[in-house]
Design a protein around this ligand. Structure first.
Ligand SMILES: [Zn+2]
Length: 218
């Protein structure tokens, strides 16, 4: 789905009542076309004369419409950013960006409301670049019928099924599969179903240098 501001504002009010006791004041919600994040909370620290942060102001919550995510994932992204907002607004100290407090709140919401919040919807380009965990990625670079380039990072057990789906997809002109351990690919969700994430071909190219093309038996 592609969310609208009105939809996100209504969801914000609902989750505010449900998960945060209605304690979060409304903040501006804006749509973005960024591909580097799905959701992002922006705010400004206010410091005292000694330079210590006393509170945060000027909150803006941005949701990217670049990715065609299922409604539940859009909602989970919104709630994820609302936990960041809840922590910053209340001046709660956490052990890191997604530290103990963040994770405890996330677990509580998941358990109580059957949601699937994760910390992997990383919210800022800085957070994305800080994710340096090395793991093996299997991914597909597709040329789409409309001329765009798309990336799909697949769960290793789903490579075969997603590959077959793309072969029959009218929107995929050409698909090439690779394996790589470059942490840059950590920022993309590991897909279990055929999803296409449009990417900047130039940015992608820089991360294909170390990738090994996958070959398949027919
Ligand atoms: Zn986050």
């Amino acid at each position: 789905m592609t969310p609208t501001v009105g939809y996100l504002e209504e969801r914000f009010d609902t989750f505010n009542d449900l998960c945060f006791g209605g304690a979060l004041p409304r903040i501006p919600i804006k749509l973005s076309s960024a591909r580097s994040f799905v959701g992002r909370l922006q705010y400004r620290p206010v410091r005292d004369w000694r330079g210590r942060v006393v509170r945060h102001e000027d909150f803006i919550l941005r949701i990217s419409t670049r990715f065609d995510l299922p409604e539940a994932e859009v909602e989970d992204t919104l709630i994820h950013e609302m936990i960041h907002y809840w922590i910053a607004y209340n001046g709660i100290r956490d052990s890191s960006t997604h530290g103990r407090v963040f994770r405890a709140k996330m677990k509580e919401i998941n358990a109580q409301y059957g949601r699937h919040l994760t910390i992997s919807h990383k919210s800022t380009p800085e957070e994305l670049d800080r994710d340096t965990k090395v793991s093996r990625h299997y991914f597909c670079v597709s040329q789409l019928a409309d001329g765009r380039t798309a990336l799909t990072v697949a769960a290793s057990t789903r490579v075969g099924a997603i590959r077959r789906a793309f072969k029959w997809s009218p929107s995929v002109r050409n698909a090439v599969w690779y394996a790589s351990s470059d942490p840059w690919f950590n920022r993309f969700p590991r897909c279990r179903t055929p999803k296409l994430f449009p990417v900047d071909p130039a940015e992608l190219q820089a991360h294909l240098a170390d990738a090994a093309p996958l070959s398949f038996r027919r």
